[in-house]
Ligand binder design. Sequence first.
Ligand code: KG4
Ligand code: ZN
Length: 352
Amino acid sequence: MAVCAADCEKRLEQQKEKDVLVLAVETSCDETAASVVKNGREVLSNVIFTQIALHTQYGGVVPEIASRKHIEKINQVIEEALVQAQATLKDIDAIAVTYGPGLVGALLVGVSEAKAISFAAGIPLVGVHHISGHISANYIEYKELEPPFICLVASGGHSHLVAVKDYGVYEIIGMTRDDAAGEAFDKVARAIGLGYPGGPKIDRLSREGNPDAIPFPRAKVGENEYDFSFSGLKSAVLNYLNACRMKGEAYSQADVAASFQKAVIDVLVEHSLHAVRAFGYDKFAIAGGVASNSSLRTAFEQECGKRGIRFYRPSPGLCTDNAAMIGAAGYYEFRKGVRSGYDLNAVPNLKL
Ligand code: KG4
Ligand code: ZN
């Protein structure tokens, strides 16, 4: 009896210590991505087929084209992720897939693929929220990071201030009332003739401009001090450009880019650090495509430094859409016992 108990205990211990490999799939927008992640923190492979070049000629993502390209690429990307990780499906403990929010047709490709593999290979399926993935990119970059912390998620579709209370346990404390931060970057870039995708182009051009040249507004939103609004800023930029054109005056593209960017960053920094203080946390993280912005990273570095707040920022490649972040988030859901059924569906407006 004693031998058996010791034996069982040992087996349980071994099970606890066994590495958990998650195969993750992400197709919510215009990146077809797959990754193998070990124990939620170690990236064994991170394959991304980006469709940016395809959509550039249309000035933005064309949903139908995105879905078709995902179908064309998904098998190849998953195979590549397994090969690079030196793994086969036999080694995989769970399949994590983004099931929302995002473009419905694009999401469906990843969800259907993940369900098919799960069914065929008998591997548990875990549906993951895209924003939870963005936040979890921080766990990959910082092996020591643990909740609680405040995270600013700023991407093409979202601008959320989130209190991360535990793994996968979130409280949204602020969000945008209109445009997402990335959306504002993309729209302003188009207006000044930089094209798609606007964020990285404004980031680069801003280095040559004066951020204090044009006093664009910093929007305050009524009742919730943590909410954002970027549509007024976008309109102010468009009005400025129109006024210049009407007067026949040339404007500096770089000054407009730098002044707009500064206006966005000022608001993001102010609201975020206010939230960190109010919650009494000493850790702050950023996530999402806009988090790869170089001036935003510098601004947060400086401001967090002044206040003694530990600042976490995933490397730029983990800020924009990828599957490794979905693998990290999926791991913690899997550990909690979350399993999705074969009725898992794409939910384009999925709430966090
Ligand atoms: O997270 P992401 O890859 O996709 C979504 O989930 O939306 O974010 C894409 C957004 C785009 O709006 C893009 O213009 C913006 O992130 N972005 C940037 C930068 N790189 C990407 N915005 C500002 N500066 C950047 N360097
Ligand atoms: Zn995203």
